[in-house]
Ligand binder design. Structure first.
Ligand code: KIV
Length: 283
C-alpha cells in the first residue's frame, strides 16, 4: 500500500534532490486516480471555482465549498498528503479568523496542511496558524486572489526590483513558520534563487524546473479546462475532446436505436415469458 508522505519526508526530499509531484483535485474519483498514479501530494485548490463551478475567478469561492471538496478528495486518497487551499477572505481579515478557518480543513476534512496566498502581508496569519500547530504552505508570485491588483493573471517578478521583493517575501514566509512555499508564474532564475536560499521546500507552478517539485491544475493537465491555457501548462491528455466525442456517440446511438443492444438488457427468468403472455391474454 502507498505510504503517505509526512512533512519530514518532504524536507528529506528537498535535501536529496528528489522531486515532489503534485496536482490539484476537487473530487473523489480524481483523487483515486491520482493516488493510483503515485502522486506525492494533492491540492484541493480554490481553482475549483473556475474548474468545477464555472466562475471567472477564484474570488466567489467560499469556505464551505472548499470543505465539501476537500472531504471528497480525502475519501478518494486516504494515503496521500492532501493540502486544503484557503479561499478569498477566509484569512485576510485577521489572524483569529485565519486560525479558525484553517482548523476547519483539519477537523472537518482531515487535510494534512493548508495553503494561503501572499508574502509579507500575510505573515501574521501564517505565524498564527503555525503557532496553533497546523502545517501551512505559502504561495507567492502570481497569487490569483489578488490578480485584480496585478491587472489580470500575469507573470510576476520580471523586473529586478520585483524579483528582489519576491525574495524578501519568500524569506519572510519561511521565517513566519511555513513548512513549504509555492511560487507561481515567475521567471525560473528567480525561483531557483528562492529554492537555493530557503531551507523549506519550494515548489513551482510556471516557475521553471529548478524547484523542489511541480504542481499543475488537473483540468489543464487533462485537457478539460477550455476557457484558456496558461503558457506553463503541458497537456497530457485531451479529455475535453474525448468526453465530447463519447457523449456525441451516445446521442447518435440512442437516436438511431443502436443503444441499448440485447446485451445491455435483463432477460426474464427462464420459462417466465410464456407465463407472462398467458397472463396478459387472460386480462
Ligand atoms: O488553487 C489552485 O489550484 C492553486 C494553484 C495555483 C496550484 O493554488
Amino acid at each position: 500500500m502507498k505510504k503517505k508522505l509526512s512533512v519530514l519526508d518532504l524536507s528529506e526530499m528537498k535535501k536529496s534532490g528528489k522531486k515532489v509531484v503534485w496536482v490539484t483535485a476537487y473530487d473523489y474519483w480524481t483523487a483515486q486516480f491520482a493516488e493510483t498514479a503515485d502522486m506525492d501530494m494533492l491540492l484541493v485548490g480554490d481553482s475549483l471555482g473556475m474548474n468545477v463551478y464555472g466562475y471567472e475567478t477564484t474570488i466567489p469561492v467560499s469556505m464551505d465549498q472548499c470543505i465539501y471538496h476537500a472531504e471528497a478528495v480525502r475519501r478518494g486518497a486516504l494515503n496521500t498528503f492532501v493540502i486544503g487551499d484557503m479561499p478569498f477572505l477566509s484569512y485576510q481579515v485577521n489572524s483569529d479568523e485565519a486560525v479558525r478557518n484553517a482548523g476547519r480543513f483539519f477537523q472537518e476534512a482531515r487535510m494534512d496542511a493548508i495553503k494561503l496566498e501572499g508574502g509579507r502581508r500575510v505573515c501574521p496569519q501564517i505565524k498564527a496558524i503555525a503557532d496553533a500547530g497546523m502545517l501551512v504552505m505559502g504561495h507567492i508570485g502570481l497569487t490569483p486572489q489578488s490578480s485584480g491588483q496585478f491587472g489580470g493573471f500575469k507573470a510576476q517578478g520580471r523586473t529586478a526590483e520585483a524579483a528582489v521583493e519576491l525574495i524578501k517575501d519568500a524569506l519572510a514566509v519561511q521565517e513566519a513558520g511555513a513548512f513549504a512555499l509555492l511560487v507561481e508564474a515567475v521567471p525560473p532564475e528567480v525561483c531557483k534563487i528562492i529554492r537555493d536560499r530557503l531551507a523549506i521546500p519550494v515548489y513551482s507552478i510556471g516557475a521553471g524546473v529548478d524547484a523542489d517539485g511541480q504542481v499543475l491544475i488537473v483540468s489543464d493537465l487533462l485537457g478539460l479546462f477550455q476557457a484558456f491555457t496558461p503558457k506553463f501548462v503541458k497537456k497530457y491528455a485531451n479529455l475535453g475532446e474525448n468526453t465530447t466525442n463519447a457523449l456525441k456517440a451516445y446521442v447518435d446511438d440512442v437516436r438511431s436505436s443502436r443503444f441499448p443492444e440485447p446485451k445491455h438488457s435483463y432477460r426474464m427468468i427462464e420459462g417466465e415469458l410464456p407465463k407472462f403472455m398467458a397472463e396478459l391474454d387472460k386480462s
